[in-house]
Design a protein around this ligand. Structure first.
Ligand code: GAF
Length: 388
């Protein structure tokens, strides 16, 4: 079994600084690191004022950054080896991956922060397009670096401001109408814990993951079916949820009861709303199971969550279903697709001594269906974004 390595943080910080020196001829003023995430449970609940339970990955994005004396923003990535530069960094002025970087500077300016021109160089070990929040990791690494160069004081208040700026960058500049889970966990996670986020009031609570003590691991299966949040599937699910709210006369699906949802006239809207309402309930049950170390109960919630996304929210795909089924058949405690859907990754809770057999079973199931082989990584619950 080969697991994708998160790399050594100090080595990645050094190599990102070296790339910055090569590109811009000087040392960066600051280097920041922000993790990707895998969501244990609570999918498409964030923009419905619901709850979710993501874990910060050890895989992260590294941003080396310096302030400039003019208003130009220059951005380089080790992944694409190209450079974007411009002084216009707002909506409609920058496209592609650079919009996630420039967008953060724009959103912080909109929030009243005096952000100067910037030179930025980024590198990442978060797999791109795998539903593991490479975009949020990029935004949050840049946000933490900018906050430091402009002299903002770190703390919970700043972290919430940075979450808001990163969300604006993603929705208004990059054009992905996402809900905030990814930025929140990247900026507020605690090492060793999952982060319970409640989008009714944006509060967070660390839920310790005692999986190691129980001989369990969180395994991520990247199906390598590409997933993009700027494609229409995500936005159309969001629109369906808004339609359900209008029909039910509630401000968000958090306020809807399952009985009212089951009475909705349109079958598709009913299924979408049913997923959200039942998923919020499953998050609470999963947290309870984790706190009672009831792994079987946790597994049941993960499996039910996958069925709900496959059948009611209709965001799974054959590769994700195959990964989940094969992992469960090979003895995973629980498994489900994770993230926005339409490709990307599955997450499984697996006994350490079954890691080899579960990954081999998933590989074999992919081979049998002529799917490209997946990649695997281990989600050791990691810390939030910070300076290197
Ligand atoms: C993506 C989005 F970015 C999140 O906001 C969330 O909605 C998730 O899909 C689905 O739970 O990661």
């Amino acid at each position: 079994m080969t697991l994708l390595s998160p790399g050594e943080a100090s080595e990645l910080a050094d190599s990102t600084a070296a790339a910055f020196r090569t590109a811009y001829g000087a040392d960066p003023a600051v280097i920041a690191r922000a993790p990707g995430r895998v969501n244990l449970i609570g999918e498409h609940t964030d923009y419905n004022a619901g709850t979710c339970l993501p874990v910060a990955l050890p895989h992260a994005t590294y941003a080396a950054l310096s302030a400039r004396t003019d208003s130009l923003v220059r951005v380089r990535s080790a992944q694409t080896d190209d450079e974007w530069q411009g002084a216009g960094i707002g909506p409609g002025e920058v496209t592609g991956w650079a919009s996630y970087v420039a967008g953060v500077a724009w959103a912080l300016r909109q929030a009243g922060v005096d952000v100067p021109g910037l030179d930025v160089c980024v590198d990442s070990t978060v797999p791109l397009g795998a539903g593991l929040s490479s975009s949020a990791a990029l935004e949050c690494s840049v946000a933490v670096a900018i906050a430091d160069v402009v002299g903002l004081t770190d703390g919970e208040t700043l972290r919430h401001q940075l979450v808001a700026a990163c969300m604006r960058a993603e929705t208004e500049v990059a054009g992905a109408p996402t809900g905030g889970m990814d930025q929140t966990v990247s900026l507020l996670a605690e090492s060793g814990s999952a982060l319970l986020i409640d989008f009714l009031d944006h509060s967070t609570r660390a839920v310790p993951l005692a999986l190691d003590d129980a001989g369990l691991a969180v395994l991520v299966v990247d199906t390598r079916v590409s997933h993009a949040l700027v494609d229409g599937g995500y936005a159309s699910r969001r629109a369906d949820c808004e339609t359900a709210c209008r029909e039910l006369g509630v401000p968000s699906l958090r306020e809807a009861t399952i009985d009212s949802v089951e009475a909705l006239g349109d079958a598709r809207i009913r299924r979408r709303a049913r997923h959200v309402v039942t998923e919020i309930d499953r998050v609470a049950r999963a947290v309870d199971a984790l706190e009672h170390r009831d792994w079987a109960a946790l597994g049941e919630q993960l499996v039910a969550s996958h069925a709900s996304m496959r059948d009611d929210f209709e965001i799974s795909c054959p590769e994700l279903d195959t990964a989940v089924d094969a992992a469960l058949t090979a003895g995973a405690v629980g498994a489900r697709m994770t993230g926005g859907g339409f490709g990307g990754s599955a997450v499984a809770v697996v006994y350490l001594d079954a890691l080899d057999s579960v990954t081999a079973a998933v590989d074999a199931a992919f081979d049998a269906r002529d799917f490209r082989r997946p990649a695997f990584l281990r989600a050791t619950p990691s810390a939030a974004a910070g300076l290197c």
